[in-house]
Ligand binder design. Structure first.
Ligand code: FE2
Ligand code: FE2
Length: 211
């Protein structure tokens, strides 16, 4: 449990669009670390919203989102917190989750018989999704924004506050400070503002209930 959220209730393979179900299914064994399964599922949902508003190729952005973090499976769990989050400055490991991720993603995409012409663009997004800041393509921007929107989602906000041992108010402050620099698309920025307002409202309601 994270707060009032049960992780097991979050993910359902049958809710994934059929062309991508098999990709997701093969990714699951690589997502059993760092709560990456609910993370990836939420990133996938934001990507659908962003694609609708921003355009771009779902055939590239959706597998990139599903597979972007499979490389964490190659990093020992006790080392992962040194490679991401407010105090994660081990750039070698952070980079490694991208390069290992691209190798695993390549294997998965070939196994499902994915269109070979699209694979290089998908792998390019995975390889650099965390260590490059600019939008290298519109699908890259969608993947990056969806990945970061997780931090502002109801579940991601609580997962991160617990994992970085921050209280919820401080976490909201940190997100507000970082937000402008993070998001690359107009819709990503708008969604981020909306999500942060929702989190602030939930905190207010929680305070009112307990007073
Ligand atoms: Fe990542
Ligand atoms: Fe991620």
């Amino acid at each position: 449990m994270v707060g009032t959220y049960s992780i097991d209730e979050i993910f359902e393979l049958k809710k994934i669009d059929p062309p991508y179900q098999e990709v997701f299914e093969l990714a699951i064994p690589y997502l059993k670390t760092r709560l990456n399964l609910p993370h990836t599922y939420i990133v996938y949902q934001y990507a659908q919203l962003l694609l609708k508003e921003e355009g771009g190729s779902p055939e590239i952005a959706i597998p990139a989102c599903i597979l972007h973090d499979v490389g964490w499976s190659a990093i020992p769990e006790d080392k992962q917190l040194t490679a991401f989050g407010p105090n994660g400055n081990d750039m070698v490991l952070r980079r490694k989750h991208e390069t290992e991720g691209a190798i695993i993603a390549d294997q998965i995409l070939r196994k499902v018989g994915y269109d070979e012409a699209l694979i290089p663009d998908i792998l390019k997004i995975i390889d650099g999704h965390d260590t490059t800041r600019e939008a290298r393509s519109s699908e890259d921007a969608i993947t990056k924004d969806s990945d970061k929107l997780f931090r502002l989602s109801a579940l991601g906000y609580r997962i991160d506050a617990e994992r970085f041992q921050e209280d919820l108010q401080n976490r909201a402050r940190y997100l507000r400070e970082k937000m402008d620099a993070w998001f690359l698309t107009k819709t990503g920025k708008e969604l981020a503002i909306h999500e942060l307002e929702m989190r602030a409202r939930e905190l207010r309601e929680q305070r009112e209930r307990s007073s």
